[in-house]
Design a protein around this ligand. Structure first.
Ligand code: 6PG
Length: 223
């Protein structure tokens, strides 16, 4: 069900995950024209994505989607696509047409409707890179929130406990349908959520199916 790769610290995790992502992207492109990858927000993925940007991949054959976006205006420092631009897209030669940001500035419902069309047109995502919150949320699917059980491909999120309250997220069905799912978990603040997943609790991250976990010692309680 789950596979765990243990890393010593955040730097080790970023390097191991970047190397794995590059290898899986190359594998995806072996015999396929395009590889479609969904990326997370938050603090964890930046270092990994900056390392990935240093690899020599056929960037023009990679399409980038977002696992979720916060309903802030374009360019707002809290937006996930602003982080992705800084850590990855600004460092690689990727055509604008290959970057598929979520128009979260339209508000949850309108943005989810627009992005649903993009995700349906994209078809099955090849790789989904995810984070996990301290409560076991992933993307913007939070425990007990109605968005978690919304069957649409992209879902509006209201009353998220992690600010901002209004977000847009890939739906559970889209995450479950992805060919590969990788989650990055770093830091002692994730320890309890990881223990709850390993104890079999159906937290949102655990509901998306088999995962490859990159976990550092702090998160695993080995430090
Ligand atoms: C977001 C993220 C979210 C994130 C987790 C972990 O918009 O906040 O997409 O799902 O991955 O909250 O965040 P950290 O990596 O900052 O711990």
């Amino acid at each position: 069900m789950h596979e765990f790769r243990h890393c010593t610290d955040a730097a080790d995790l970023a390097g191991a995950a970047a190397a794995h992502l590059a290898a899986r992207i190359r594998n995806c492109l072996d015999g396929r024209e395009v590889c479609r990858i969904a990326l997370p927000g938050g603090r964890t993925p930046g270092r990994c994505l900056a390392l990935l940007a240093g690899d020599s991949l056929p960037w023009e054959r990679l399409h980038w989607y977002l696992g979720d976006e916060r309903c802030y205006p374009p360019g707002h420092a809290g937006r996930n696509d602003v982080m992705l631009e800084a850590e990855l897209w600004s460092r690689i030669d990727t055509p604008a047409a290959n970057r598929h940001p979520i128009p979260a500035e339209l508000g949850p419902e309108a943005a989810a409707g627009r992005y649903s069309s993009e995700i349906v047109a994209a078809g099955q995502l090849d790789i989904v890179l995810l984070g996990m919150g301290e409560d076991g949320h992933t993307a913007s699917l939070f425990p007990g929130n109605p968005a978690l059980d919304d069957s649409r491909p992209v879902v509006p999120v209201h009353r998220a406990p992690k600010p901002p309250a209004e977000r847009v997220s890939l739906g559970l069905s889209t995450l479950q349908a992805a060919t590969e799912r990788i989650v990055l978990v770093s830091g002692a603040d994730k320890r309890v959520a990881l223990q709850r997943v390993q104890a079999g609790e159906a937290l949102p991250i655990a509901r998306i199916g088999p995962l490859l976990w990159f976990v550092d010692d702090d998160a695993a309680g080995r430090s």
